[in-house]
Design a protein around this ligand. Structure first.
Ligand code: T3D
Length: 263
């Protein structure tokens, strides 16, 4: 029997979901999305769960979309990037943001593409010192999704949001914490303990008030999260029909530098 794509464990009232595709840096496949969403739905319905932690197995947190998975055009069919975003990333991002309990991303390693933005959509991000955040989309001719266009400017301001999204440069966890993009950066050896201390504290707090706090903070900004996610899916679909996307993915899989020609 194959390993589960998501490991689930409980520590008191804290439920931890560990993305479990370490050989591909826990990048998202359709099957991984289905398992994670089902797990989060079950946690949301379980009154015994009072805080959720999301993390990754091995040396990475999540490298975003698995560029070999269905919908990516590797089987010769046209890439259906808009569909992938609508079917998987939008429901996942909205599920996390509507959980009745706080959600902590425990970022144990690299978080790239939608992997970075799914982490940033959690209520707290605690990262180990060796972790990093990469808005990898521009490198394959796409735009940020997974909530990135909505989250980034709110977290770090327009200048840094544009800089991170356009360059696709790696942002070390300590710098992410210094610019207010994440809650904390801690030594790797202390990551689990620091996360569990926060999760255990949140689990004792009034869940309804915490969920309402999240909701009214999110509603107090002009463009709705769901609208931004919908816009991302639409523009992502447009970008995926460009030659630069095919070239970016091919170059990554062939381990060579991409040559972009669209304009
Ligand atoms: O449908 C849609 O596309 C819409 C949704 C889009 C959302 C997105 O997330 S788009 C962005 C997708 N993600 C990326 O472009 C990131 C690609 N990965 C990387 O750039 C690098 O792997 C990292 C910078 C994250 C880490 O680099 P490094 O040097 O630490 O590791 P590595 O050697 O590149 O990766 C380790 C293995 O994981 C490697 O496999 P191998 O050679 O050992 O068999 C690599 O191919 C695999 N891997 C990493 N990321 C992905 C991946 N395989 C498939 N898809 C990936 N995204």
């Amino acid at each position: 029997m194959s390993d589960p794509l998501v490991l689930v464990s409980n520590h008191g009232a804290v439920r931890t979901f560990t993305l479990n595709r370490p050989q591909a840096l826990n990048s998202f496949t359709a099957a991984l999305h289905r398992e994670l969403l089902a797990g989060l739905d079950a946690a949301a319905a379980d009154a015994g769960v009072r805080c959720v932690v999301l993390t990754g197995a091995g040396r990475g947190f999540c490298a975003g979309q698995d560029l070999n998975d269905e919908g990516m055009g590797q089987d010769g069919t046209p890439a259906d990037v808009e569909g992938v975003v609508e079917r998987h990333y939008k429901p996942l991002a909205l599920r996390i943001r509507s959980m009745p309990v706080p959600v902590i991303a425990m970022v144990n390693g690299v978080a790239a593409g939608a992997g970075a933005n799914i982490a940033l959509g959690c209520d707290f991000v605690i990262a180990g010192q060796s972790a990093s955040f990469i808005q990898a989309f521009s490198k394959i001719g796409l735009v940020p999704d997974g909530g990135g266009t909505w989250l980034l400017p709110r977290l770090v301001g327009r200048a840094r949001a544009i800089g991170l999204a356009m360059t696709g440069d790696k942002l070390p966890a300590a710098e992410a914490a210094a610019m207010g993009m994440i809650w904390r950066c801690v030594p790797d050896a202390e990551l689990l303990e620091a996360t569990m201390a926060l999760a255990s504290k949140l689990a004792t707090m009034p869940a309804k008030a915490l969920a309402a706090t999240r909701r009214i903070i999110d509603e107090a900004v002009p463009m709705g999260y769901a609208d931004a996610l919908g816009q991302e899916a639409k523009v992502q679909g447009e970008m995926s029909r460009n030659a630069d996307f095919a070239e970016g993915v091919a170059a990554f899989l062939q381990k060579r530098a991409a040559v972009f020609t669209d304009r």
